[in-house]
Design a protein around this ligand. Structure first.
Ligand SMILES: NC(=O)c1ccc[n+]([C@@H]2O[C@H](COP(=O)([O-])OP(=O)(O)OC[C@H]3O[C@@H](n4cnc5c(N)ncnc54)[C@H](OP(=O)(O)O)[C@@H]3O)[C@@H](O)[C@H]2O)c1
Length: 331
């Protein structure tokens, strides 16, 4: 039985990666913090492994103890990451700093796995130009602190000698348990449809089950020291997501087009309210710059060459997701 560690196991994507690992009969370790939610981590076969990424010496001790008890991890999927913050520096502290300390700790404790899969993001490539899908060879030019922090982590990973990494770049991930796109879907359920600006972006999406499928494909296949963009292999004009949601919900909506300057002011206000409440708002200036970008379409050639076929193209994936939201009282 191979050992696998999934960090960020309490999160949206991590919790699904954990379930897939258990289904595949790996001896599965869920990397968590003491404060992490255990809501989706109750399978009795799952072993919880508390990790402190902020302190390399402590992390090394935790890894050594783990190795003494269970041996080295054959595979590691590093999904722990910060996707929303009020403070740009925090993205670097977590996405770059934690990843660097983790890799150093693995090297120092001689616990380098057979494969280390880093869940980065399409954001580390930055948006594409109109009509040119983003591909793995594109120059990486992120436009957000989040994307820059992911790129910094990737660059560190790539220069560690003899470290067998795979960097995956999921585009927007949706599915059961996801809470940000849920807000959009909830607003359409209440007949309100928000559009920011009037740009004709092309977008890409991937259902969380297909993220898992693609990630485990990179473990099964002889893929190493490579980057791979993850999508459902198709691109969609911006309104298509909303159009599909409205059809599934069978709702007519009032479209509300928010001009960019108004959206920018709203992002400031939303951040200011977040600061007062000590919360990180879903809508902020980083998110706005992504809305304003020309294009988030991707070229899925490399993923298809691995033999990847999505189980959930957007229509099927959203149907599945909305069913889950309704069944669980989220919608
Ligand atoms: N969702 C998307 O659309 C998307 C797209 C592309 C890439 N990604 C990447 O996929 C990964 C997972 O994203 P997600 O959507 O599942 O996010 P999520 O639901 O917010 O989960 C984030 C996970 O990272 C952990 N984490 C955050 N800060 C940490 C810290 N300082 N120390 C240790 N653990 C920490 C969280 O642990 P706690 O529960 O303890 O906070 C949680 O388990 C991230 O690396 C993200 O950048 C996501």
């Amino acid at each position: 039985m191979k050992n696998i560690l999934i960090t960020g196991a309490s999160g949206f994507i991590g919790s699904f990666l954990v379930e897939e690992a258990l289904d595949r009969n790996y001896q599965t370790f869920a990397g968590v913090r003491s404060s992490s939610s255990r809501n989706y981590l109750s399978n009795p076969d799952l072993k919880l492994f508390e990790m402190d990424f902020s302190n390399q010496a402590l992390l090394e001790e935790q890894l050594k103890k783990q190795a003494d008890l269970f041996g080295r991890f054959d595979y590691i999927i590093h999904s722990a990451g910060l996707t929303k913050s009020r403070f740009p520096q925090e993205y670097f502290d977590v996405n770059q700093g934690n990843t660097e300390r983790f890799i150093n700790a693995l090297v120092n404790t001689q616990m380098v796995p057979d494969k280390f899969i880093f869940i980065s993001s399409l954001a580390s490539y930055g948006p594409g130009k109109s009509g040119i899908p983003i591909h793995e060879g594109k120059e990486q030019s992120p436009i957000t602190a989040y994307g820059k922090s992911k790129l910094a982590a990737e660059q560190f990973l790539q220069q560690v000698s003899g470290f067998p990494y795979v960097i995956v770049h999921p585009t927007t991930v949706y599915g059961p348990r996801e809470k940000d796109l849920l807000v959009l879907i909830q607003s359409m359920n209440r007949h309100l449809e928000l559009y920011i600006g009037s740009k004709n972006q092309d977008l890409s999406f991937i259902h969380v089950a297909d993220v898992c499928k693609a990630v485990y494909l990179t473990i099964d296949q002889p893929v190493v020291n490579q980057q791979l963009i993850l999508s459902d292999t198709l691109n969609y004009p911006a309104p298509e997501f909303n159009d599909i949601v409205k059809k599934i919900l069978n709702k007519k909506t009032l479209p509300l087009v928010v001009p960019v300057p108004v959206a920018r002011a709203a992002a400031h206000v939303s951040e200011w309210i977040g600061q007062l409440q000590g919360r990180t708002p879903i809508f902020n200036r980083e998110r706005l710059s992504e809305f304003e970008a020309e294009n988030w379409a991707v070229d899925a050639t490399a993923l298809k060459q691995l033999g990847f076929v999505p189980d959930f193209p957007l229509k099927e994936g959203l149907t599945h997701t909305i069913e889950w939201y309704k069944k669980n009282g989220w919608l």
